[in-house]
Design a protein around this ligand. Structure first.
Ligand code: TXA
Ligand code: MG
Length: 307
């Protein structure tokens, strides 16, 4: 079996401590060898990410995960259902792990996920070591679901962007569930809805993964939400048939999964100060994946730069 030349190149770059942009089934990740401290630091530098914000470690399977974190028995039913896939678990970090210190950003816990995207899996198989990867975008700006958007967001800061022939099927980041204390909690709404997770409730009040600043996922243009009548000059991002006058439509049929898949790329496309004065977005029902979409939109629209 001959190997994809871009996988060979990615393996060589990872081995020499470089960062590589990798498509996942959620969004593009900016990956480095999770066991190489200097390589991990390059991720923080390329993104302009504060050092207190921990990274998710991507592994090929549960056996790899068990060498990094202490996974409690109550997590296994969810792993059976969602790994490989868009579920990140936060668990106590094992003291003997080979994962580099900056990955956990000084915490006693670690975020781990087993990605499903075939290219990422092939890379993990060939590289044979865990890969730390945040979303591949400049810190606090729009996440990316296409190679072109990664190139726009990070430019020359990344040596290789793996191609996106097989797309980011969900388009929204993974759902993060914290299993580090006895009662599991959702830390970030994401590609698996709270309804699908069934047994888990989100805590009251805003969710608090350490890096989830109030302002996050932000485009350059101002963003207005729950709009049915756009202002002159604004791009209008429609959902269903909220308004007949649209620039783009997240999902003409009003399907939240399709909207999730389209969200970041459409925002990247509309984020053009030469063409528009701002971006107005139609209301999106706040249930199922709509919760994760609205979380992204609210953070993108806020001007408060606080955790
Ligand atoms: O779908 C995804 O999760 C994508 C792909 C590339 O895997 N990754 C991603 O990473 O969204 P990032 O770094 O953009 O967001 C990860 C979030 C951050 O808010 C971070 O603070 C939180 O996960 N996180 C990571 N490790 C954590 C930990 N030990 N405890 C609590 N939150 C953690
Ligand atoms: Mg991110």
């Amino acid at each position: 079996m001959s190997l994809d030349p871009q996988i060979i190149q990615a393996v060589a770059l990872l081995a020499q401590g470089d960062v590589v942009a990798i498509p996942t089934e959620t969004v593009y990740g900016l990956g480095a060898d999770a066991t190489n401290e200097l390589a991990v630091q390059k991720i923080f530098k390329a993104k302009g990410r504060p050092s207190f914000n921990p990274l998710i470690v991507h592994v090929l399977n549960r056996q790899w995960a068990e060498k990094i974190g202490s996974i409690p028995p109550q997590a296994y039913p969810l792993l059976d259902q969602y790994w490989p896939g868009p579920l990140t678990i936060v668990v106590p970090l094992l003291p003997q792990t080979t994962v580099a210190p900056s990955v956990a950003a000084g915490l006693q816990t670690i975020g781990i996920r087993v990605p499903k995207h075939p290219l990422f899996r092939k890379l993990l198989e060939q590289y044979g070591k865990p890969i730390a990867a945040p979303s591949a975008n400049a810190s606090n700006t729009l996440s990316c679901t296409t190679a072109e958007d990664v190139a726009k967001s990070l430019g020359s800061k990344v040596s290789l962007i793996l191609d996106d022939t097989f797309p980011c099927e969900y388009g929204l980041e993974s759902t993060i569930v914290d299993f580090s204390s006895p009662i599991p909690r959702i830390l970030r709404h994401g590609a698996i809805s709270q309804e699908a997770l069934q047994l888990l409730k989100a805590p009251e009040g805003p969710l608090k993964a350490p890096g989830q600043m109030k302002r996050h996922y932000a485009p350059h243009l101002p963003l207005r939400l729950n709009v049915t009548v756009p202002h002159p000059g604004e791009a209008f991002l429609n959902f269903g048939s909220a308004c007949p006058q649209e620039t783009l439509n997240l999902s003409p049929e009003g399907n939240p999964e399709e909207a999730g898949r389209n969200l970041f790329h459409m925002l990247h496309t509309l984020d053009n100060p030469v063409r528009f004065s701002g971006i107005a977005v139609a209301p999106i029902p706040n249930k199922e994946l709509g919760v994760a979409i609205n979380d992204r939109l609210q953070r993108a629209a806020t001007t408060e730069d606080t955790p």
